[in-house]
Ligand binder design. Structure first.
Ligand code: GDP
Length: 340
């Protein structure tokens, strides 16, 4: 595929003018590992941070956004849920960006089509932007660059960012690391309560939605709601004074989605009022900084010729058992930093 590179200025203007193609290009750019792209992405993000800080000084409301993570086991109806919720928000006049990450369908390469075909209404809405999982096949999907991509969407005027993922915890970066609110979607009919869903995931949740509560699943859904409510009472929440609500909904029949959103807004108001909204974002920025630093150190290592020379010299010696892997690694780090 031939991609014509655009200058940082062109990208920036395009993003601000709501040009989806430019936004897509920029999102691809921040994922790129090419040295040239890396520099441009850095410049672009620097400009965006500057512009957003200026905007915030003039009017803090103008940079107010809400990042919502939607996670749950495959087949619980996440895409259907995001389609219904996102379309509602778009119809209310909000601009909604969806970053959909689906590692299971990525394996077959069907992720792009899959997500698109599942979010037909939302995808066609003039207020939406849907970004299917990056197709580069990184395990897990979310990366240290996901929050940069969120920032790009926000600079393009999207005030509501929904990040949809299958799992949490298995990957380097989890959806809770990049969002303001973490919604766990579950569905009835999946055996025992808490089965298949790690306790840790429930502990992270700011809200739980029991989806597919329609037809003959209504009774069972209510039972599950009750049991999760009890589980949450026992687990508590990181934000002491917030009890994660457990709601029932049907994304397919469009029942209860408005209530889910009402609760989500309540969470936002609540966390903004007690200051945790901002402190959470600060903590997340800090954590991401460290993850990126490690990532870039690794990249730098592979790009440094003298380091790679030494690595190539030592690697076969480690292989043959001539020197210990510990000694070889220390020598390499020592050459770079002179401290070990
Ligand atoms: P995902 O894998 O979590 O994204 O799940 P999908 O959104 O692709 O939905 C999986 C299947 O469940 C599809 O066949 C949907 O039509 C169906 N589904 C999703 N939401 C509901 C719902 O609220 N009620 C019912 N009955 N089916 C649903």
């Amino acid at each position: 595929v031939l991609t014509l590179s655009s200058s940082t200025e062109v990208l920036l203007e395009g993003i601000k003018n709501g040009d989806r193609r430019m936004l897509s290009k920029a999102i691809t750019l921040v994922e790129s590992e090419l040295e040239r792209d890396h520099k441009q992405a850095t410049n672009l993000l620097t400009r965006i941070i500057e512009e957003r800080r200026e905007k915030a000084q003039i009017d803090p409301q103008s940079v107010d956004t809400f990042r919502v993570g939607v996670t749950g086991p495959p087949g619980t109806g996440k895409s259907t849920f995001v389609e219904t919720l996102g379309t509602n928000l778009c119809n209310e006049g909000h601009k909604v960006a969806v970053i959909a990450i689906d590692p299971s369908s990525r394996k077959t390469g069907g992720s792009v089509l899959g997500d698109r075909s599942r979010m037909v209404h939302l995808g066609a809405h003039e207020n939406s932007f849907i970004r299917p999982s990056p197709s580069r096949g990184i395990a897990g999907g979310l990366s240290v660059h996901t929050s940069d991509q969120i920032l790009l969407c926000e600079h393009a005027g999207y005030t509501h960012i929904i990040v949809e993922t299958v799992g949490v915890g298995q990957t380097e970066v989890s959806v809770a690391d990049v969002t303001d609110m973490f919604m766990l979607l579950i569905s009835p009919g999946g055996g025992d309560v808490l089965q298949g869903i790690k306790k840790g995931v429930v502990e992270f949740a700011d809200m739980i939605v029991v989806n597919k509560c329609d037809g003959d699943m209504i009774q069972r859904g209510k039972m599950i709601q009750y049991e999760y409510k009890n589980a949450i009472q026992l687990l508590g929440h990181q934000m002491g004074d917030w009890i994660p609500p457990v709601l029932t909904a049907s994304s397919l029949m469009k029942i209860g989605i408005q209530d889910v959103w009402k609760k989500a807004l309540e969470f936002k108001r609540h966390s903004q009022a007690n200051g945790s909204f901002e402190t959470r974002r600060e903590t997340k920025r800090k954590n991401e900084f460290w993850k990126k630093l490690y990532e870039f150190l690794k990249m730098g290592l592979h790009r440094s010729e003298p380091t790679m020379d030494l690595i190539h010299k030592l690697e076969p010696m480690v292989e043959k058992g001539i020197i210990s892997s510990r000694k070889a690694s220390s020598d390499i780090v020592n050459q770079i930093f002179q401290y070990m």
